[in-house]
Ligand binder design. Structure first.
Ligand SMILES: *Cc1c(COP(=O)(O)O)cnc(C)c1O
Length: 365
């Protein structure tokens, strides 16, 4: 038996007819940028998140960057970023000319450790980017309290957490503005690159739309030195189809994760905790920690089980950040995660037999 890490073909084959219809709808209209499909998806996704506004963007990295631009964050500013995240979070900050200030993760949740934020704040700090990593909400209550105390913006990087909830509120409305990615492998994925900004702030929504449209609110009138980062009609049409399945897929992801955590019993493999009822983790990734990572991955591979690592090298140790000296950084938890993390296969449609094989193999390692 083979267990792929993710099976997009399976997910898409089940909704093939609806995706075909979406394609034909756009082809019939022959209108590809800034039309009805975009408008409909933005409205549906804003409603899904419980937010007033959604603005489609070209990808998730741009969604973060456009929020920073809209808030006027740039040269001379600092932004708090978790050390344990995909590099896009930090790159967005660097791209606008601001400095990402890294804060270590909590070992219990893998998200930013809010206890370690305050010591990194300076007069230059403008915002905190809370990343809901692996599908789990960051500790937004503590982060928002800190932000209020120090007059900072809270930006959610919700690229891995479409539909995740705390106390009945979904990602997208847990801070001031949120960035989503619809990269194909995400919980809600397009059939190409796509992203969105979600917010209740009308002014920010308007600025994000303008910045992503050559700095223009009105054709050929340019308020800002913007860029081109828009959601196209085809992707919007596909996303509207897939959005209808998101809750079901997330429920399935949670069920699989629960099964892994409850049934894997191997003292050499540390499984993620399943949060209590008031919090809905959407398990974009199911991360386990294993000291002997290389042999573990090889062992699973020999049994036909594919895995991934999220992420092998801390951002501050990447060549891209080699010149950013001067930060005294201490990130033992992030270092441990980067050394020991292994992502097990988890996707809608994985069979009971496949789950069984994963559990048996992990236990027999
Ligand atoms: C995927 C991802 C992004 C970037 O999204 P793209 O659409 O690939 O640009 C940003 N942050 C996190 C945490 C991600 O996982």
């Amino acid at each position: 038996m083979h267990v792929p890490y993710l099976d997009l073909g399976l997910i898409h084959s089940r909704i093939q007819k609806e995706l075909d219809e979406a394609y034909h709808m756009v082809m019939d209209r022959q209108w590809f940028i800034g039309g009805k499909a975009d408008e409909q998806f933005e409205e549906a996704f804003a409603a899904y998140c419980g937010a007033a506004y959604c603005v489609g963007t070209g990808n998730g990295l741009d969604a973060i960057r456009l929020i920073l631009l809209a808030y006027g964050i740039g040269q001379g500013d600092e932004v708090i970023v978790p050390a344990n995240t995909f590099i896009a979070t930090a790159l967005a900050v660097s791209f606008v000319g601001a400095v990402p200030v890294f804060v270590d993760a909590s070992l219990d949740t893998f998200t930013i450790d809010p206890e370690k934020i305050e010591e990194k704040l300076t007069k230059k700090t403008k915002a905190i980017i809370a990343v809901h990593l692996y599908g789990r909400c960051a500790d937004m209550e503590t982060i928002c309290r800190l932000a209020r105390k120090h007059s900072l913006r809270v930006i959610e990087d919700a690229a891995q957490a479409h539909g995740a909830q705390v106390d009945g509120k979904r990602t997208g409305v847990l801070g001031d503005a949120a960035a989503f990615s619809f990269y194909p492998g995400k919980n809600l994925g397009a059939l190409g690159d796509a992203g969105a900004v979600v917010t209740n702030d009308k002014e920010i929504a308007g600025k994000v739309r303008a910045y992503g449209n050559y700095g223009s609110h009105e054709k050929y009138v340019h308020m800002y030195k913007g860029c081109n980062s828009r959601l196209d009609e085809l992707q919007a049409a596909f996303l509207s189809v897939k959005l209808r399945y998101l809750d079901g897929w997330n429920r399935e992801r949670r069920r699989i994760a629960k099964e892994y955590t409850e049934r894997i019993h191997n003292s050499r493999v540390v499984c993620p905790q399943i949060p209590k009822d008031e919090e809905e983790h959407v398990f974009h990734i199911y991360p386990v920690l294993v000291e002997e990572r290389r042999s573990f991955v090889e062992f699973l591979g020999k049994h036909g089980i594919m895995t991934n690592v999220h992420y092998p090298i801390p951002i501050m140790e990447q060549g891209a950040y080699a010149e950013d000296k001067g930060q005294i950084i201490n990130y033992p938890v992030t270092k441990r995660i980067c050394k020991q993390e292994v992502s097990l296969p988890l996707y809608p449609g994985i069979t009971e037999e496949q789950i069984e094989l994963v559990i048996q193999c992990v236990d027999s390692f």
